[in-house]
Design a protein around this ligand. Structure first.
Ligand code: SF4
Ligand code: SF4
Length: 366
């Protein structure tokens, strides 16, 4: 990619931010399920019905590249699944998005079961996508016994540890490579959340820990969390925020502080929704963010099950600017749809000016 096309993609991102002025624009954030294949069967997986359904095909690399071309400049792309590293062409898929979208952040969420494959592929991605932050997020839901019970995968704790360490070895060579660990707080691990965070901080030392709250995927406003799990979740969130504040007190940049402020607001809002089962602020899914599954179905978010179109028969732009696409995105805000979905809420804060200001203030206050 030459410098001029890189600048062009950056300008496209700015242009798309016209969404802030209320104009429909192409999305800035994409979640792409590259496969539904997975070697695990986790208790909390929202994709269990689709996992390893052999009738499900996958978009080809060429179809994905066409999507990337159409999307243009993106702020963030998350490649997920299934287990994304099971796709042999994951590096090429990542490079296609880098070439056509130049995302600020490219994240891959993995269960970490394949250390060698993850290490080799991640190095190639970091090497060939130097101007994007390459973030590998490993799922870890408990100390050894709990993690392996939740994931129904003996030996998986050792594997994910190995994968994290193998990936971190590349960080001295690639400053654009970061590691994160995501914990899904649920009934089966709630009492172990704080010891797990301590273990992660002391032994695994990722760049960030993300604590998600388990969702009930059977209903859109999937907020029915039992009060005890919610209590443990909130305690774990505060515990980690305090740890992070101490650790980053002196060296955090303005951007880090803004993101910390955004995370705080996000967690607070999630807990409030889960507690009160009530709307808090507009969700921008279907406006700022979009989800595409491995079959090419295009959704406003992971939770609203009816696709607005399919990429094997229509272009992305035809789907996105169709009456159905526009109607759905408007109905999400008009009906005051709400849920505790972390990714959708993240963009709903970052692209909502009053919430962004609130995040900045919260980040500055520490
Ligand atoms: S590793 Fe991820 S995709 Fe696979 S079963 Fe677990 S949650 Fe689902
Ligand atoms: S609030 Fe947003 S992310 Fe949640 S179900 Fe509604 S549209 Fe989807």
């Amino acid at each position: 990619m030459n410098e001029a096309s890189g600048i062009n993609l950056e300008l496209q991102k700015l242009e798309k931010s016209a969404i802030l002025l209320g104009r429909r624009s192409m999305p800035l954030q994409l979640v792409l399920f590259v496969t539904s294949r997975c070697n695990m069967r986790c208790d909390h997986c929202f994709y269990l019905d689709e996992i390893n359904d052999s009738s499900r095909t996958e978009l080809s690399l060429e179809q994905i590249e066409t999507l990337a071309k159409e999307l243009g400049g993106l702020h963030w792309i998350a490649l997920s699944g299934g287990e994304p590293y099971l796709r042999k062409d994951l590096v090429e898929i990542t490079q296609a998005f880098y070439k056509h979208c130049r995302p600020n952040i490219m994240s891959h969420v993995t269960n970490g079961y394949y250390p060698e494959r993850i290490s080799v592929m991640t190095k190639k991605m970091a090497d060939s996508c130097p101007k994007s932050k390459n973030l590998v997020i490993f799922s870890l839901d408990g100390l050894e016994e709990t993690h392996e019970q939740i994931r129904h995968s003996p030996g998986s704790f050792g594997k994910v540890k190995e994968s994290i360490q193998a990936t971190q070895k590349h960080q001295s060579e690639y400053s654009n490579l970061e590691t994160g660990i995501v914990i899904t707080a649920q009934e089966n691990n709630r009492e172990e959340l704080i010891p797990l965070i301590e273990y992660i901080e002391n032994k695994l030392m990722p760049d960030g820990i993300y604590i998600n709250l388990q969702r009930d995927h059977n209903q859109p406003s999937n907020v029915l969390v039992d009060p005890l799990t919610l209590k443990y979740y909130q305690e774990a969130v505060v515990f980690y925020e305090n740890l992070r504040a101490k650790k980053h007190l002196k060296k955090s940049s303005l951007l880090d502080r803004l993101l910390d402020g955004k995370n705080k607001l996000q967690k607070k809002t999630i807990a409030k929704i889960a507690k009160e089962n009530a709307y808090q602020f507009p969700c921008l899914a279907g406006k700022v963010s979009v989800v595409v599954d491995e079959l090419g179905n295009v959704y406003a978010c992971e939770l609203l099950k009816d696709p607005i179109g399919n990429l094997t028969s229509q272009s992305f732009k035809e789907i996105w600017f169709s009456d159905e696409g526009i109607k759905l995105s408007n109905s999400i805000t008009e009906s005051k749809c709400y849920c505790t979905h972390e990714c959708a809420m993240s963009s709903s804060i970052l692209f909502n000016p009053p919430k962004l200001v609130q995040s900045m203030i919260s980040g500055m206050l520490g």
